[in-house]
Structures are given as C-alpha cells and as structure tokens.
Design a protein around this ligand. Sequence first.
Ligand code: COA
Ligand code: AMP
Length: 635
Amino acid sequence: MSSRYHQVYESWKRDPDGFWAEAARDIDWFKPWDKVFDALAGVYGRWFTGAECNSCHNAVDRHVASGRADQTALIYDSPITGRQKKYTYAELLAEVTALAAVLQDQGVQKGDRVIIYMPMVPEAAFAMLACARLGAIHSVVFGGFAPKELATRIDDATPKLIISASCGVEPNRVIAYKPLLDGAIDLARHKPERCIVLQREEQRCDLIPGRDLDYAEAVAAAKASGREVPCVPVLATDPLYILYTSGTTGQPKGVVRDNGGHMVMLKWSMEHEFGVKPGEVFWAASDVGWVVGHSYIVYAPLFHGCTTILFEGKPVGTPDAGTFWRVISEHGAVALFTAPTAFRAIRKEDPAGTFIPRYDLKKFRTLFLAGERADPETIKWAEQHLDRPVIDHWWQTETGAPISQNPIGLGQLPVKYGSPGVAMPGYDVQVLDDAGHPVAPGTLGNVVIKLPLPPGCLPTLWHADERFHRAYLDEFPGYYKTADAGYLDEDGYLFIMARTDDIINVAGHRLSTGGMEEVLASHPDVAECAVVGIHDELKGQVPCGFIVLSSAATRDTATIEHEIVQLVRERIGAVAALKLVVTIKRLPKTRSGKILRSTMQKIADKEEWIMPATIDDPAILEEIKAALAARGIGI
Ligand code: COA
Ligand code: AMP
C-alpha cells in the first residue's frame, strides 16, 4: 500500500487551521471554538480559544453513552504482584465518578492542583481522570523519585491535595511510599490540606489522623451515596495537567498541557500515526509518571475508545523475558509501545528470541519504540524475531505526541535505520546552525520546530512564561528549540543524535546531570564536581560522577564515593542510576573556567577527541583517562 503521508502532510501545510478543525470534529465539545488558532493569545498563540470541553468526558462518559459501556477500557496486569483486573468503560466511569466525588468533598475545584504520587496501579489512572472530570489540574510525580524531588514539585504546583499509595513494588523489594510522601511534605514549604492513600496489601501504612484519608473507604462511601458528579466544562485552553521534566538545573520544568488541543492531537495520532482502531487493545509499557504514560497509557487510548493495558512489571525478571509476549497474547494487544532499553534488556536475556514463538501473537501488528535513540541493532533484532514493523518515533514531554515518525497509520514509508522517521503534520522541523541559519541536508545542527507548535504541545511552563521563553524560544527567534542535535536527509528523514544541553537519557528516563551535580556538590568533602552521561549497553546512557575532594577531606575516597552514590539515591531516587563516582585531582577546564564535560564523556566512551585549544592544562585529560582506566572504563 502506498503511503498517504505526503498528501496529508501537504494538506496540513496548505491550511493548518482547516486541518486541525477537521481533526477536532472527532472530539465532543460543550461549546465550539471562536478561533481554531489565536495567534495573539498566550506566549506563541493558543489552539481552540473560546471552546469548552472536558477531557474525562471524552475519555470515559462519551464511550459509555455511545455503546462501549461493556467494552473493557482498562486492563491492569501486574506480574510483579500476581494480580490482574479488568474494568469496562461503565466500571471505569463508576470508579472515576466516585473518586471525583471524594475530591469534591475535600474542596477540590476547577483549577486546583492535585499531585498524584503512585505506583502503576489502576487507581493512578482513576485519579488523573477524576481530576480531569472536575477541571482540577493533576501533576503525576514518578514513584521512583525521592522525597526531595517530590517536595520541589509540591512547592511549585502548590497542590490542595495529594493522592498516593502505601507502597510500590520493585522486583527486589517493596518500597514504602508513605515515609517518602511524609518526608516530602516535611521538606516542602507548601503543605497540602489532605492526602488520600491507597492501602496496598503488599505493605499497608499508618495514616495521619485529620490529614490522611483511606482511598478505598472514601471511594466506597462515595459509591454507596450514588452521587453523580458531572464533568465540569473547562476552556480548551485551561490546563489539564502539569508534568515536571528535567531542566538544566535541579529545578524541574512544569510542562503545562491544555485540554482541547491535547484531545485533538492524541485522538488524531491514534489512527493516523499509530494505525489503531477504536475497540482495539493498545499497550504502552511505560509508567504513568512519564509523558508516554500520560499520553499513551491513559489519555490517547481512552479518547480513541480502545482498551488500554496498565502493566506493573519489567520487561525481564517478572518473571522472565517472555512477559511482554505473554501480555500481548493474553490480552490481544495490536500494538506495543515501549522504550528501546526494554528491548535491549529482553535481547540480553533471550538473544535467540526463544520466548517469542511460545505465545500467540496473531493480533499483534506493530512495535513502537521511543523515549531514547533506538539503535539499529535493537530494531533489527526486534524486526527479525517479531516479523512485524518496528516503528521508531521521536518526541518529548513538551510535545505530548510524536514529532516525527514512520506514520504507519497513513501507510508505512520505507524504513531508514537510525532515523525516527519524518515530520508529522503540525511540525515544520528544521535544522539550524548555532547562528540560526538553515543547514544543508545531512549536516548536523540544532533541531528546531517552526512556531506555532501544533495542538497538544505545551503552551508554556507552569507559572513561568519567562523561563519558557528563555529555555525554548529565545535562542532561535520564530522557532521552538528542541535541545536535540541531529540532521535531516534529502528525503526529509530526521536523525536525532544527541542533546545540546545537560540532559541525559537513562533507560528512557530523562535526567539532568546539572541536577545531579547539585547533589554531589552538597557533600561536605566535595570541592568540585562534574557529571557526564556515558554509554551503557543496556540503559543507553548512565551518569558518571567526577569529584575533586576538598583539602579538608581526610577519609578514604572509596567511602566518600559510596556516600555520594547513596546521596543521589536519597535526593533524586534510585532511578538516576548513578553508580559510578570517580575521584580525580582536578577537573579539566577551559582558560575561562568552563568544565570540559563533553571531552570527559568522549574519553570515557573511547570516542575520538581532540585536545581543546582553550584547555587550561592538557595534562589533566591524561589524569582523567588514567582514573577511568583504573575502573575499567575507556580502555
Ligand atoms: N519506584 C521506585 N523505584 C523505582 C521505580 C519506581 N517506580 N522504578 C525504578 N526504580 C528503581 C529500581 O528499583 C532500580 O533500583 P536499584 O538501583 O536499587 O536496582 C532503579 O530505580 C533503576 O531502575 P530501572 O531504570 O528500572 O533499571 P533496572 O536496572 O531495574 O531495569 C530495565 C532495567 C531496562 C529493565 C528498565 O529500566 C526498564 O524496564 N526500562 C523501560 C523504561 C521505560 O519504560 N521508560 C519509559 C519511557 S517510554
Ligand atoms: P522525554 O521528554 O522524557 O520524552 O525525553 C525527550 C528526549 O528523549 C528527546 O529530546 C530526545 O533527546 C530523546 N528521544 C526521545 N525519543 C527519541 C528517539 N526516537 N530517538 C532519539 N532520541 C529520542
């Protein structure tokens, strides 16, 4: 089948407003828009201004009303606890309405913020949808983040209430969430009025009288009361959620997502980008704490009337490297979306793909990979063993949906290994040099998107228009800076090669090395430090910390290095995966004092590097090389 991609992309280019107005017909609106796009509103313009809608209505109520009440909406599959549960759309509505009633009783109203700090349990999705129902703004914080990270988000979002759980379950341990939650509230300046806590059987917790409510008890009481909680109309431009993502400092960026544009883009993407039909089973094996979880575990599949799978497990070890195939066959998933790192983990454990033929994958059509660069070896392995299209696609927390992809829904284009495809409608992707001039095809440069961004992208950062400008819009006027470096080839295929800032990608998780440096620097024995992302076979990148000890430090270096590893786990979370700290005598710097982090990374990764002309003392790089070699790195 030939692809409709070029025709559809051109139709968007010719008439963007007409294109998105047409796509918006698939959404239920309470009041139509005044303008499809108002260039004068917001920082760079706003989509569907004047329209009124509700995201929960479009994800749940409309499907119950239109014949999907008995269709399974959500499948909870948790190999880590041995539990499974299915919810029809009608049952999902009952759960969400009851929780919305509880929130309402606690005074949560349109525009209030609610933080959700939960493991991968269905109640996390109910909580998101209950907030959406009331027009409250949710902010999901990944369960693997430590109290300090949660506290930072509490202070920025100033939530009225937090929804959490007694514990999370990792393969090697049960993680008590309640002490983390209480610790975060202690650390935070802002104190939420209430916490609603889901007691999990794996480890229950004590509740604080007067502050904490038991989730199950409160929801049961709301169900018994039979109270109806209608969806609250919100403006299309009102925020649906804030999702914090790593910035270049320890202060994360609060990416704002609106209601209207988000619905339009996600609904459109399900059919045209992912090639999935309403009623089919779609599985994104991610976590609700990340953008992939927001968009493709919760919102997009539900907007589209699909069945979504919420999976609490790992690609390997729960119990084996066949888990993904078991889930696909058992639930009849037509598509799986995950991070390449998950496939690297499966391949490492089961290189010959022996688990795959043990399962019936007849319904399974497409594998989607995103979140980090998909190395061609991993893609080819997946293609060979699955005998299905493997689609790499590129996007960011900020965009909420793919920027570039091989648009399988419009008809697959030829595959180019190493490329996450071509620009999706809505995106005019260009590559500029540092002075802002377009570069020739094949030339590496700054990947930017011509403004305006399409529906669904962030309109700004939470209460930080100025930071939004500075971080994304100022450097290349008229464009959004993705902070990715890459190139476009002659056919318009994009190749994403690296970040241009200090963000690293660890097992598909976006982390700031700047944030880690702040933690290292806070250790009393550390005089100076640098953190760089070095290559890792499984996780893509892992952080490597370099420390210079203060002259007052008297203890042995191994002890201090171990303390620093622990400090990062305590302050950021185990998910930062900082396991390597190397003590060195001094840091390599330019004469103007800039630390040569990229040269250090190249030495560690055994990449070619040239002596920077401006280096203060070239001998330092030999010292770094020796210190790394002593750990078996870079040799
Ligand atoms: N709550 C608490 N701790 C968590 C956590 C959570 N939700 N998620 C991860 N952690 C902890 C892990 O227990 C681990 O701790 P440890 O150092 O004590 O072992 C640490 O954070 C790192 O976890 P993880 O990144 O999961 O690494 P891993 O070595 O345990 O597993 C993979 C490796 C590849 C199997 C795993 O990273 C994976 O499944 N990746 C897919 C990532 C993904 O879906 N990303 C979303 C983008 S689409
Ligand atoms: P996040 O905001 O966590 O989704 O991370 C976004 C960043 O991950 C992007 O800016 C890229 O650096 C990287 N990324 C995501 N998907 C891909 C991909 N398919 N190929 C290369 N890099 C990717």
